[in-house]
Design a protein around this ligand. Structure first.
Ligand code: NAD
Length: 411
């Protein structure tokens, strides 16, 4: 099963549970608009190469489309459309005035020089310019795109419109309108949501333990902020392997080690374990923060955590969901748990529109309030409809979208 088929299963359950109007379901089933573009780039060797790119706007029901642009050789039209749909749901669950969008270029960026990468980026913006903008569709970084690429995109779009356009894109460097608190935001959201779940289970953070799979942006910040909250981090991993210490790690020190060596493996004082061992660890919270399809029908029965907080997108398959649910494990689904990133992207956009910037404390405070509200809404829907938290998150998203569509006269 791929992530696109996976997304449809809880969505369908949510549609049936709330008996969603067939008109509303039909509108949500397809993107509003998808653009395919051909992007010619003059390469360093003098030849011209034509790349294929996409921008899909799944929904503008609640506001402008919002979502990243990924550069990867496996980008496809289907993938871009499905990821745009996920963004619609994630933004609705987070309570943001946004629809969902996603873009991508079929390219392996590691094969390009810096000049070629910049030329490709600028030409992509030239091609999608007619459908984007701060009130239409706001791109952001995704796989293999970063603050430098956002800077080129912002510069190119500003040239096209003839005005300074920081609000057309998020994930920028601070010097061109980026927001403080963005780097840690996704991990912070995972931790805020998991701490709410611990509260429901009457477990104090100091009595909780955690295992984090993946030590990139999301995983490392999840580990650090759990540590700051007093949770003991007993296991960490990356693509090279996993480490364990029953007395707990200081993830800030592990991060310093990773900066030097490139991996968590061989961290002094740690015991080497496998990634499979990490997923099966007896901990209070398991946070899969690496990639999709990690907890499956094959290994879900081995999971012993009380709570699974999904930092990654799509780490748990639907058959694993069923097994975890039967075992009484609470899964905080990706479209809720990792919505902290897009929430702070929203704050970046708001600050850009105002041309007035907030302190990091202000960003953290506002993000925490929004994450707690999103968690509460999803938890209450789970109780009300007697469904798991993933189906409940889709119920929250669909109900919000359906109400707005109804009042707008769309069905
Ligand atoms: P990243 O590239 O910074 O980090 C990924 C980490 O996972 C790395 O440490 C890598 O070594 C590790 N990893 C890869 N394969 C692994 C495996 N099989 N087992 C264990 N570890 C493995 O990526 P990221 O930005 O941290 O994103 C991680 C996940 O979170 C992705 O699913 C992404 O879509 C999702 N996500 C990210 C953000 C964000 O703001 N960065 C927001 C929402 C969702």
């Amino acid at each position: 099963m791929n992530i696109f088929e996976m997304a449809k299963i809880p969505l369908q359950k949510a549609i049936e549970t709330i008996n969603l109007d067939p008109g509303a379901a039909a509108i949500i089933a397809v993107p509003e608009r998808t653009l395919e573009v051909s992007i010619p780039v003059k390469m360093d060797d003098g030849s011209t190469k034509v790349f294929t790119g996409y921008r899909s706007q799944h929904s503008s029901i609640l506001g402008p489309a919002k979502g990243g642009v990924r550069y990867h050789q496996n980008v496809s039209l289907d993938e871009v459309k499905t990821l745009a749909f996920w963004m619609t749901c994630k933004c609705a669950v987070a309570g943001l005035p946004y629809g969902g969008g996603k873009g991508g270029i079929i390219v392996d960026p590691s094969t390009l020089s810096k000049r070629e990468l910049e030329a490709l980026t600028r030409a992509y913006i030239d091609k999608i310019a007619p459908i984007i903008g701060e009130k239409r569709d706001i791109p952001a970084p995704d796989m293999n795109t970063n603050a430098q690429i956002m800077g080129w995109m912002m510069d190119e779009y500003s040239k096209i419109t003839g005005q300074f356009e920081p609000g057309f894109i998020t994930g920028k460097a601070i010097c061109v309108g980026g927001s403080l608190g963005r780097t840690a935001a996704t991990g912070r959201g995972v931790v805020v949501a998991a701490l709410e779940a611990l509260k429901l289970k009457n477990i104090a953070p100091a009595d909780a333990t955690c295992a984090v799979q993946g030590f990139g942006n999301v995983g490392s910040w999840t580990a650090k902020l759990f540590y700051d909250a007093g949770v003991k981090i007993v296991a960490l991993s990356d693509v090279n392997g996993a480490i364990y210490n029953k007395d707990g790690f200081n993830p800030y020190e592990v991060d310093a080690f990773v900066q030097k060596t490139g991996s968590v493996v061989n961290y002094p004082g740690s015991e080497a374990i496998s990634n499979a061992d990490l997923l099966a660890m007896e901990v209070t919270v398991l946070a899969p923060c690496a990639m999709e399809l990690q907890i499956t029908g094959e290994n879900a029965d081995a999971v012993k955590a009380l709570i699974v907080a999904e930092g990654a997108n799509g780490p748990t398959t639907p058959d694993a969901d069923e097994i975890l649910d039967k075992k009484g494990i609470m899964v905080i689904p990706d479209i809720l748990a990792n919505g902290g990133g897009v929430t702070v992207s929203y704050f970046e956009w708001v600050q850009n529109l105002y041309r007035y910037f907030w302190s990091e404390e202000e960003v953290i405070e506002k993000q925490t309030v929004m994450m707690r509200t999103a968690f509460k809404n999803v938890y209450e829907a789970a109780q009300k409809y007697n469904v798991d938290m993933r189906v409940a998150a889709y119920i929250v998203a669909l109900s919000t979208l359906a109400e707005a569509m109804k009042i707008r006269g769309m069905y």
